[in-house]
Design a protein around this ligand. Structure first.
Ligand SMILES: [Zn+2]
Length: 157
């Protein structure tokens, strides 16, 4: 069996292992690092550094600042909007945001170029949907990958 981590086949195992990592990390660092609360998984304790960013990564869910902030913003928007009538397309879906969207959206679809744990596989530069098929399209940390970024932006509109 070929192990192809980046296709999303082993996401459940990845999250289970991260869940085991958190209590060990917390026990080792609770007296030497500042504690934070993760709005995604509910973990409370010291966070991990990511590259040059101190306290960037939750040791339990593994999510970074960007996804934690996005979830807080989405929850705030949800408090004042009706997501039940939205038809959302989530490109390169983050697990935490996928759970949120699935819980509040009327219709929710996921897409990625390579991953197998999504509804559609396509290149965002050649989206296979008619204009106005989704409202909204959520794509974070995606625009830096297509070679023709401006074409990609036109396809999202
Ligand atoms: Zn977390």
């Amino acid at each position: 069996m070929e192990f192809r981590y980046n296709k999303g086949r082993f996401k459940s195992l990845e999250y289970a292992l991260k869940g085991l990592r958190a209590p060990i990390y917390k026990a080792l660092h609770k007296h030497t690092r500042v504690s934070y609360d993760c709005p995604i998984c509910g973990y409370s304790g010291p966070f991990m550094d990511k590259n040059q960013r101190k306290d960037a990564k939750c040791p339990k869910c593994g999510e970074l600042e960007r996804t934690r902030l996005q979830l807080l913003v989405l929850k705030d928007l949800y408090a004042s909007s009706d997501f039940g009538s939205c038809d959302v397309l989530h490109v390169a879906p983050e697990n935490a945001l996928r759970k949120f969207f699935r819980g509040v959206c009327g219709n929710y679809s996921t897409a990625d170029l390579h991953r197998e744990d999504v509804d559609y596989n396509f290149d965002v530069q050649e989206m296979p949907f008619n204009d106005g098929s989704f409202d909204p399209v959520f794509a974070s940390h995606v625009l830096e990958y297509p070679e023709e970024m401006y074409k990609h932006l036109e396809n999202l509109g």
